[in-house]
Design a protein around this ligand. Sequence first.
Ligand code: SF4
Length: 483
Amino acid sequence: MWRARLDPPWALAGWRDAARTALRAGVPPEAIDWDARGDGLLGSTPLAEAPPLQDAPSVPGGFIALAEAVLAHRDPHRHALLYRLLWRLTRGEPGLLAHDTDPDMRRARQLEKAVRRDVHKMHAFVRFREVPGEANAFVAWYEPDHFIVDLAAPFFMRRFAGMRWAILTPDRRAVWDGQAMTLGEGGDRDDVPTGDAGEALWRRYYASIFNPARLNTKAMRAEMPARFWKHLPEARELPQLVRGASARVDAMVARAPVPPRRIIPAPVVPDPSAGGDLDALRAAVRGCRACPLWRPATQAVAGVGPRDSRIVVVGEQPGDEEDLRGEPFTGPAGRLLDRAFADAGLDRASAYLTNAVKHFKFELRGKRRLHVRANAAEQSACRGWLERELALVRPERIVCLGATAATAVMGRGFALMRERGRWHRAADGTPVLATVHPAWVLRQPVGQSEDAYASLVADLARVAAALAGDGPTAASVATDVAG
Ligand code: SF4
């Protein structure tokens, strides 16, 4: 007969060393006294003296975690149970861990579950109290069911890394000095203060969040058994709160119903006359709910560019890339526009670029989001934002790209292909030139796209010429239209 003495009895390392020695010596489970105190059974030999007869076999994954939890249980037979499992696992039953109906496995799982639940309770019910006379130092007294301090302490180390603390239990203590954790012998309840300055505040707070309408004393006792109450300052409030719960519920029912607080912000609608600057406008556009397009889109895409831009370039609506990036003219059409700007002698960086409609309208084809033109109601709902941008930037010239932009600026009935490339006058008198949208150029078949691009550049060149002083003035635009 062999005897094993484990100190402390919950430590995985000590039990593992002993179990490995026993396995290598081929000692069967029934030949070990795991509960040996002093000399153990008469005539038994310390396990450490067992001669190694074979290499230690490998252990299936999962067993160590199970063993660590089971060792923390107070069951006096746990060491023998674990060795029995280990013996069977390494002697022809490698799948034993999955057999929850096996009596040994079922018992091991019961112990594991009890320990994990005890750890959970400790995480929830430890209450620190300030150490009198010491800054940022706290101490707690706790009485777990099992030997779980080693398992539970890392949680407190992570959660309260910024303070110095100690948790004392009858069997074990954990101390964190702000740098390292030490695990040592248990403590005495009298070493822990019974209250501190923050406790009254905590009790008042607990009483204020206690909801009598949700009181379920059975569930409460299951979750927070009465034996934990002695650790909890708030427990002193509980009898009174429970006693008064039904009267408080009656009073709540008798009270006139209070309408629920609005949690969804009121929809924002475009307001051309609103004050503020471009940043305020962008923020407001992001909250716009004036038409349904905001819902499936990723975000609203307001204009970009300097406040003192001499031209405002208006496109139709954000595309797929713009919707994702939140910036206009960053997709394929935007890149073509960059090239056309450069070829026409315009500087994109000094222009204010925006769209007539601020949200991306699309339909799904598989995973692709295909552009769909905003309808008249959607265009109309969004017009206020463009008007506000134009009012803030006050450009010398407006350039409309495509029919939607031209309609937004010039009104319905504007015939783009007939009027493109010519100067017109917006309602406030600002000269406006409309041309095709770069996306339209990209859609042209091979052989026609070069001409389409050249015509776009030619139109933009008229804008560059006007900005350079070589074009109709605002006052003479009407003549240009007529001509
Ligand atoms: S498309 Fe325009 S009007 Fe419609 S929700 Fe977006 S910003 Fe508002």
